[in-house]
Design a protein around this ligand. Structure first.
Ligand code: PMP
Length: 389
C-alpha cells in the first residue's frame, strides 16, 4: 500500500531522546540520559493497598468510562493542594502533563502561530506543539529564567509563552521571585498568555520555590501539573488548571483525544493521596534526589578539574545542565561516551533555534551515587581525550 502521509506527519521525527534511551538500555551502560524518576521512590505498597481498596469500594465505577473532566474527588484534591485559590471546576485531569501540552497546542496554535519558548526548553513541548505547525520563537534566557525585555519584544501576535519556572528541564534552573514578578507583570501588560509547566516544583532540596506564575494572574495562565514525579510516571496522570474562558475548549479537545484519563488510576491516586500521604512521601524523594545531586556536583568538581566546564548547581528537580569546553560537540561526544559505558543527552535538541553544541543534560536521579561517580569519571576522560585530538 502506498500510504500518503499528512504534511504534519512528514515533519515528525523520532524523538532524539527516545533513540538515545534505546542505546542506554544496553546492559552495562550507566545512563544519565533519561528523565526517569528513581524507581526507588515509587510507593508500591501504598498503591497495592489503594488498588485493593478502590476495587473493593468502588470497583464498578473504577472500571467504567468516566467524565472527561476527570474524577471529581481527584479534581477537588488537586485544587486544594495548589498554593492559590482554585475552583475544582477549572481542573482538568490529563493523561500526563504531556497531554496537557498537546491539548494546549490543539486549542491555541494554527500553522504559523508564534509560540514563545525559553532558550533552551523542554524538547517534549516542542514535539507536542510541532504537529500544529507553529513557529517556535526562542526567547533569550539567563540563569534566572526568561529575559523580560526579549519576551516583550517578541510578544506581539504570539499565542502564548511556554515557561518552566521550577528546576527547568533541561537546565535545572529556577526563576527567582523578582523575575517571576517581572515576567508576570510584563506578560499581563503585553496581553501575552502564559502556559506554565510545573512537573518538578515539589522536588525542591532546601526551600520551596516562589509562587507559580499562574498564582499571580490566574486568568492569563494555563497551569500544567503532574503526578509523574511525586508518585509514578507509569500512571500517566497529570492535570491542567485553565481559566474559565478557555476551559471548555480544552475539555472538548480532551474528549476528542481520549474521552478521559483512566478511571481506575484516578481513583487509585485519589485513594493514595487522601490523608496527606504526599506530605510524608515527597520529602523522601527530595532527600534522595538532593543526595544524588550533591554527589554529581562533587564528582563534576573532582573529575572535571582544570577543564573549563560550566554548570549551575540546581536547587531541586532531576537535571544538571553542563557546558563543556570550547571545541567539544556533545552530539559527536555521545557515541564515545557510550563506548565507555556512560550516556547523557546532548543539549542541542532542546533549542527551538540554533543549539549550543557544547551543552549536555545529566539526570542525577536514576543512577546510584556509585554509578554517578563512575559515570562522571568516564565522561571526564572522554572529554579530555576529545580535547587532546
Ligand atoms: N513537562 C516537562 C517539563 C517534563 O519534563 C515532562 C516529563 N519528562 C513532562 C512535561 C511530561 O510529564 P508527564 O506527561 O509524565 O506528566
Amino acid at each position: 500500500m502506498n500510504w500518503k502521509l499528512a504534511a504534519r506527519a512528514e515533519k515528525m521525527n523520532p524523538s532524539v531522546l527516545r533513540e538515545i534511551l534505546k542505546v542506554t538500555e544496553r546492559p552495562g551502560i550507566i545512563s544519565l540520559a533519561g528523565g526517569l524518576p528513581s524507581p526507588k521512590a515509587f510507593p508500591i505498597n501504598a498503591f497495592a493497598e489503594a488498588c485493593a481498596e478502590v476495587l473493593h469500594k468502588d470497583g464498578q465505577a473504577a472500571l467504567q468510562y468516566g467524565a472527561s473532566e476527570g474524577y471529581t474527588p481527584l479534581r477537588e484534591a488537586v485544587a486544594a493542594m495548589l498554593p492559590w485559590p482554585v475552583d475544582p471546576a477549572q481542573v482538568l485531569i490529563t493523561t500526563g502533563s504531556q497531554q496537557g501540552l498537546d491539548l494546549v497546542a490543539k486549542v491555541l496554535l494554527d500553522p504559523g502561530s508564534r509560540v514563545l519558548v525559553e532558550t533552551p526548553t523542554y524538547l517534549g513541548a516542542l514535539q507536542a506543539f510541532s504537529p500544529m505547525e507553529p513557529e517556535p520563537v526562542s526567547v533569550a534566557s539567563d540563569n534566572e529564567g526568561v529575559v523580560v525585555d526579549d519576551m516583550v519584544a517578541k510578544a506581539q501576535d504570539a499565542r502564548f509563552i511556554y515557561l518552566l519556572p521550577n528546576f527547568q528541564n533541561p537546565t535545572g534552573r529556577t526563576m527567582t521571585e523578582e523575575r517571576r514578578a517581572a515576567v508576570s507583570a510584563a506578560a499581563a501588560k503585553a496581553g501575552l498568555p502564559i502556559v506554565e509547566d510545573n512537573p518538578y516544583g515539589e522536588l525542591w532540596f532546601d526551600s520551596a520555590p516562589a509562587l507559580p506564575l499562574t498564582a499571580r494572574n490566574p486568568d492569563g495562565c494555563i497551569y500544567l501539573g503532574s503526578f509523574s514525579k511525586v508518585l509514578a510516571p507509569g500512571l500517566r496522570l497529570g492535570f491542567m488548571v485553565a481559566p474559565k474562558a478557555i476551559f471548555p475548549k480544552l475539555l472538548q479537545a480532551k474528549q476528542a483525544a481520549d474521552l478521559h484519563s483512566p478511571s481506575f488510576n484516578q481513583r487509585m491516586v485519589h485513594e493514595v493521596m487522601k490523608d496527606g500521604f504526599l506530605s510524608r512521601h515527597v520529602p523522601t524523594i527530595r532527600a534522595l534526589y538532593k543526595r544524588q545531586c550533591e554527589a554529581m556536583v562533587a564528582a563534576l568538581q573532582r573529575e572535571m578539574k582544570g577543564l573549563s566546564v560550566e554548570f549551575v548547581k540546581p536547587a531541586g528537580g532531576m537535571f544538571l545542565w553542563v557546558r563543556l569546553p570550547e571545541g567539544i560537540d556533545t552530539v559527536a561526544l555521545l557515541p564515545k561516551a557510550v563506548e565507555r559505558g556512560v550516556a547523557f543527552v546532548p543539549g542541542a535538541p532542546f533549542y527551538a533555534g540554533q543549539g549550543d553544541p557544547r551543552t549536555l543534560r545529566l539526570s542525577f536521579v536514576t543512577a546510584s551515587v556509585d554509578e554517578i561517580d563512575t559515570a562522571i569519571a568516564a565522561l571526564a576522560e572522554v572529554v579530555r581525550e576529545q580535547l587532546a585530538h
